[in-house]
Design a binder for this molecule. Structure first.
Ligand code: C2E
Ligand code: MG
Ligand code: MG
Ligand code: MG
Length: 270
């Protein structure tokens, strides 16, 4: 009986699982094809200062799918990570971002804008990640000082020594680093001090209810204070209302991103 039960728990031919598995492999093939056909593109969301002045943008990948229309990253990044397709996708993203920076450099009004690019754990862990970033910058003739890479806590803490070495190598050329979704991971303050970061991004989950949930307000204020005392910039993500902006500003936050200032969209709309 135990044996039979044990066998049942394997469930290899469970129809629902099989359907999910074949949906996954169809999507994998689709992503592969999308990469070959250049169906991935970047949308740009403004990052503004205390006066609402544009400082730059964050690049957010989108998939212009021939049948499904514009697909958001939540629907393909997880599978791209599981299948390793995030590596060629990440290279395309970096190349497009660097080309955009080079284009902004051609007009005085946009030449100082910074561009933040999200990097996934697998991409960052590649032994030649630093090389890949340099190649993208060089190929586009983009200014490294205007490129910011957004990393997460779990990515950095996976191998702190390796993270520090890669960050230092890129920082030497002027590339900046931002800690994305700060407060949602395994924040380790002793590591935070050692990592050569430029910026912390307050996760939008703390910003959403910052006016109504005292715990979120405390967390947001603590992150702002922490960033400032470590000499880091701090950006609030997911700012949707003037009330949220005013609260964060009053408590020392000087950079903002969110629907209040603009949704992600084509570069021409920035
Ligand atoms: P993220 O880096 O934390 O990006 C912020 C997300 O919040 C974006 O979702 C953005 O559209 C959304 N957002 C911005 N302002 C607001 C707001 O005021 N309210 C609300 N409710 N949401 C807001 P998106 O574009 O769907 O991206 C989701 C995540 O996918 C990103 O989170 C990032 O982790 C990942 N991602 C996006 N592009 C890339 C990429 O090129 N490479 C990699 N590896 N990951 C990416
Ligand atoms: Mg981000
Ligand atoms: Mg974020
Ligand atoms: Mg996120």
């Amino acid at each position: 009986q135990a044996k039979a039960q044990g066998r049942n728990t394997l469930c290899f031919f469970d129809p629902a699982m099989q359907a999910a598995a074949s949906a996954r492999s169809a999507l994998e093939g689709d992503i592969r094809q999308g990469l070959a056909r250049n169906e991935f593109l970047l949308h740009y969301q403004p990052v503004v200062d205390a006066t609402g002045h544009l400082l730059g943008a964050e690049a957010l990948v989108r998939w212009q799918h021939p049948q499904r229309g514009m697909v958001s990253p939540a629907d393909f990044i997880p599978l791209a990570e599981q299948t390793g397709l995030i590596l060629p996708l990440g290279r395309q993203v970096l190349a497009m971002a660097c080309r955009q920076l080079a284009q902004w450099a051609t007009a005085p009004a946009t030449a100082v804008w910074t561009l933040a690019v999200n990097v996934s754990a697998q991409e960052f862990r590649q032994p030649d990640f630093v090389e890949q970033v340099l190649t993208a910058l060089r190929d586009a003739a983009a200014n490294p000082r205007l490129l910011k890479l957004e990393l997460t806590e779990s990515l950095l803490l996976h191998d702190v020594e390796d993270s520090i070495l890669k960050m230092q190598a890129l920082r030497t050329l002027g590339v900046g680093f931002s800690l994305d979704d700060f407060g949602t991971g395994y924040s380790s303050l002793s590591y935070l001090k050692r990592l050569p970061l430029d910026q912390l991004k307050i996760d939008q989950s703390f910003v959403r209810d910052v006016l109504t949930d005292p715990n979120d307000a405390t967390i947001a204020c603590t992150i702002i204070t922490l960033a400032r005392s470590l000499g880091l910039d701090v950006v609030a993500e997911g700012v949707e209302t003037e009330g949220q902006r005013a609260f964060l500003l009053r408590n020392g936050c000087r950079q903002f991103q969110g629907y209040l200032f603009g949704r992600p969209g084509p570069a021409e709309l920035l």
